[in-house]
Design a protein around this ligand. Structure first.
Ligand SMILES: *Cc1c(COP(=O)(O)O)cnc(C)c1O
Length: 857
């Protein structure tokens, strides 16, 4: 059956309800939510807080009533005016521009999933939620950003449980007409279509839906249209659902089709300038860079390398996983199949004007049979980053093969630690408190959180209790629904009303279920867990949730293990597994849990954001020092589970870390929570809550993250892109020409000789070391290269650490080669060593390591 949605006709006076429901800003604006609830409170609950559905189902008589209700109309007008003001008022970004900062005129942000709200279920987990939070914070800050992705007919799967606790998946079919989307149309009203060529000389066409996320338009491509054959209609059927062939089609559509959608959007609307910066949120949309090269090659006459230089300048790539299996890789023949000519020719039919060899080389890795989307991202983006400091470091190690000869620390991959959108994730109780303390609309600002430190302990504790109480109600509601689905009858479910206790310390653990997240670590010693749950005086209750990838039976077995444990009669009132983890459930967990547990296998959690959302609600993190927690744990804002780093035997490592977890709960977490003053307030606990809100609040905000991207990545990328493009692409041509010259000459560049003028056997720190190097430049000019002294601590194996570098001046030539000189202050005490190296040097390089070229003596 095919579903469709008929939208109701609103009375003229209520027309603003339509625009309020069409902009997802309502999802982080409580007054708008309250307004919708007033329309029909019971229906609002029934439709799962979905304004579009609400307006579709509310009886016309009720609408007529509201159209004559002065109170309602006043609130409606205020909400409409507030939205208009939100969309128009200059924000942080405009102030940056006013202060003369050179910010990009437009930014395109590509992601395979976007979790903006549960009413637009177009995400599977952390990556999508992060992308959604990025758009919302970009909107709050006024960035001229446009999001690009795919619209999946079934989104990600919905999870339920069988009677024996096995995950089962179902795929609802969403009707775009019933979602908060509008179609991108041409001036004659017909849908704007983008097409990409696929093998068999066919066109894969897609229409473009626009979700309006505050100020930010999100373009979602949808291939389910009559012009496509059955196979091609299915390209956007599901998120992460198919085989490699299905997936590469999705990524071709998202990347290449995505750029074409942006061009169509700017052509039709003329509102957003053409983006200067393209940000690839993970490598999935990496083909977008190849499409932009094609555009330049076919419209400006640049050759491939010149176009690549221009594209690289304006591209930012963010890598999101240190798990090798999480990196997107395709068989090279599959990529060749999609990109070559109809009979395997080198000339690409998908990207006419480009050759397959050049495209394949962009994703090459050491294994010649593999095309690696992360390598593609790194080669296409002049700037790249990981998503926490630790992950940045791990990524530099993971990808250092692309920069041979460089110290891992010099690999040009930086980091921007993820953040979360406070107005979406903080309970309205906190937002109200922050607004009271700091003034309205300041929760996305650090100040609102810092001021929470002045709230009296009793108020903090009352808020925590309220939120825990709401969670208990929600747990019972969901547990009952789950048992009914598993085949129980209402009559058997009386016990569910006694599940969880609003006064018991509540621990949450919810996340996807890949192995490294170790869902079942808490079950390592079942007896010990049982005694924690059942302790007479200081019990703990545990809520667990998470989806396993449909193809991952191992993950499903882990879920089953938890479910079977939680089903046991003696503990079922203290531990629950709730199926179908999504944004609507997650919210209650972050609000209500006292402790947020995270026990990944370090360092495989790139950042993790659920703990940040918990922290914004006064939840205390109990976590392995991985991802964000590795840099933000300060000893007073939660607990660090000690890791058995270096223990190779995984069983033993799990035993050790599980045991450390139980011990922390028994000795530290529980005693603190149950230690009460005369008024029943756990003073020492509340001190940690206060410290968490005030200290972590400002750091975990998505607004901090988006500002970091804007200042550290988008602005420099825009500047580089402008330099590449100006004067008929003079910069791009110069850089490409330079790269050719350098690569040709590099094999003959040599550091022939290094002399120091009488270094004393022992010298004092700060003393000057005078060095002269003779370098043979293989025909390059001295200005083409950077000759550097590298000085640092010498280790046992003759490697340098804690290095610092000093450039050397060109002072002439002699019989040996070009002469370079420097005087270097000795930077540290102890065993010190130095060397001299030669690096490329060009104004348009972001770092001297960029080309992966270095010559050492
Ligand atoms: C925040 C969030 C995630 C990501 O959490 P991690 O800590 O990165 O595992 C996943 N799913 C939902 C619904 C979320 O809200």
């Amino acid at each position: 059956m095919r579903r469709f949605t008929v939208r109701a006709h609103l009375p003229e006076r209520l027309a603003a309800l339509e625009s309020l429901s069409a902009n997802l800003r309502w999802s982080w604006h409580p007054p708008a939510q309250d307004l919708f609830a007033t329309v029909d409170p019971a229906l609002w609950e029934h439709v799962g807080h979905d304004p579009v559905r609400l307006l579709g189902e509310v009886p016309p008589s009720r609408l007529d009533e509201l159209a004559a209700d002065p109170d309602f109309l006043e609130r409606l007008d205020a909400a409409a005016a507030d939205l208009d003001d939100y969309l128009a008022r200059p924000r942080w970004y405009q102030h940056q521009q006013d202060r003369g900062h050179d910010m990009p005129a437009g930014i395109a942000y590509f992601s395979m999933e976007f979790g903006v709200s549960e009413v637009l279920p177009n995400y599977s987990g952390g990556l999508g939620i992060l992308a959604g939070d990025h758009l919302k914070a970009a909107s709050d800050l006024g960035l001229p950003l446009v999001g690009i992705g795919l619209l999946y007919r079934s989104g990600y799967f919905r999870q339920s449980l069988t009677a024996d606790g096995w995950q089962s998946e179902h795929y609802p079919s969403y009707d775009p007409q019933g979602l908060p989307l509008r179609l991108l149309t041409e001036s004659d009203g017909s849908p704007a279509l983008v097409t990409v060529t696929v093998p068999g000389n066919r066109d894969l066409a897609a229409r473009v839906w626009i979700a309006q996320v505050g100020r930010v338009p999100l373009l979602l491509l949808d291939s389910d249209i009559p012009g496509n054959d059955e196979e091609l209609r299915g390209v956007t059927d599901r998120l992460y659902g198919g085989d490699q062939d299905h997936r590469i089609k999705q990524e071709i559509l998202a990347g290449i089709g995505g750029v074409r959608a942006v061009r169509a959007f700017t052509r039709i609307h003329g509102l957003l300038p053409d983006p200067e910066v393209f940000h690839m949120n993970e490598g999935h949309a990496g083909f977008s860079g190849a499409e932009r090269i094609r555009e330049l090659v076919t419209t400006t006459g640049l050759d491939f390398d010149e176009a690549l230089s221009a594209v690289r300048a304006g591209t930012v790539f963010t890598t999101h996983t240190p798990v090798p299996a999480g990196i997107d890789r395709f068989p090279i023949d599959l990529v060749r199949h999609y990109f070559s000519g109809p009979n395997g020719e080198n000339e690409s039919s998908l990207l006419p004007g480009l050759t397959v060899d050049r495209i394949l080389a962009l994703g090459r890795e050491t294994d010649p049979h593999v095309f690696n989307m992360a390598h593609l991202g790194l080669r296409l983006g002049q700037r790249s980053n990981g998503v926490s400091r630790l992950h940045g470091r791990v990524s530099r190690g993971m990808f250092d093969g692309l920069w041979p000869g460089f110290d891992t620390a010099e690999v040009p991959i930086g980091s921007v630690t993820n953040g979360v959108h406070a107005p979406t994730w903080a309970a309205r109780e906190w937002i109200a408190l922050a607004n009271r303390m700091a003034g309205p609309d300041r929760v996305e600002e650090a100040r609102g959180w810092e001021l929470l430190q002045t709230v009296p302990s009793q108020d903090l504790w009352d808020t925590r209790n309220t939120l825990r109480g709401q969670l208990v109600t929600e747990v019972r509601r969901r547990l009952r629904a789950s048992w009914l689905e598993r085949g129980a009858t209402s009559a058997e479910l009386g016990w569910v009303d006694g599940v969880f206790d609003p006064d018991v310390l509540t621990v949450g653990f919810a996340r996807r279920v890949p192995t490294y997240k170790r869902l079942t670590l808490m079950l390592r010693d079942e007896n010990r867990l049982r005694s924690l749950l059942l302790d007479e005086n200081r019990p703990v209750q545990l809520v667990v949730a998470g989806k396993s990838h449909p193809a991952d039976d191992g993950g499903k077995a882990l879920i089953q293990q938890v479910v079977r444990f939680a089903d046991r009669h003696d503990v079922r009132h203290r531990i629950v597994f709730l199926p179908d983890y999504d944004m609507s459930m997650a919210r209650f967990l972050y609000w209500g849990c006292d402790v947020w547990l995270n026990n990944p296998l370090r360092p495989l959690e790139a950042c993790g954001t659920s703990g940040m959302k918990s922290a914004l609600n006064g939840g205390l993190n109990l976590s392995i020092l991985d991802g964000w927690w590795d840099e933000m744990y300060d000893g007073g804002n939660g607990w660090a589970i000690p890791t058995a780093d270096g223990v190779v035997d995984e069983q033993r490592r799990d035993d050790l870390e599980a045991s450390a977890l139980y011990e922390l709960l028994e000795r530290s977490v529980l005693p603190r929570f149950y230690d009460r003053d005369a008024d029943g307030v756990p003073t020492r606990w509340i001190e940690m809550v206060r410290h968490t809100l005030e200290n972590l609040g400002p750091k975990v905000l998505a607004s901090r993250m988006v500002r970091d991207y804007a200042v550290q990545y988008y602005a420099p990328a825009a500047e580089a892109a402008r330099a590449a493009v100006a004067d008929e692409y003079a910069g791009a041509k110069a850089l490409a020409g330079y790269r050719h010259r350098i690569e040709a000459a590099w094999p003959s560049v040599r550091v022939a000789q290094v002399d120091s003028d009488g270094l004393p056997e022992s010298a004092e720190i700060g003393a000057l070391l005078a060095l002269t190097a003779h370098v043979q430049l293989g025909g390059l000019n001295p200005a083409d290269v950077l000759v550097q002294v590298v000085i640092g601590r010498v280790g046992a194996d003759d490697t340098l650490s804690d290095i610092s570098t000093t450039p050397m001046r060109h002072t002439g030539t002699d019989g040996v080669g070009d002469v370079f000189e420097a005087e270097v202050p000795l930077p540290l005490a102890g065993a010190v060593g130095y060397t001299v190296r030669v690096l490329p040097q060009h104004d348009l390089l972001a770092t001297p390591a960029e080309l992966g070229l270095v010559v050492l003596p």
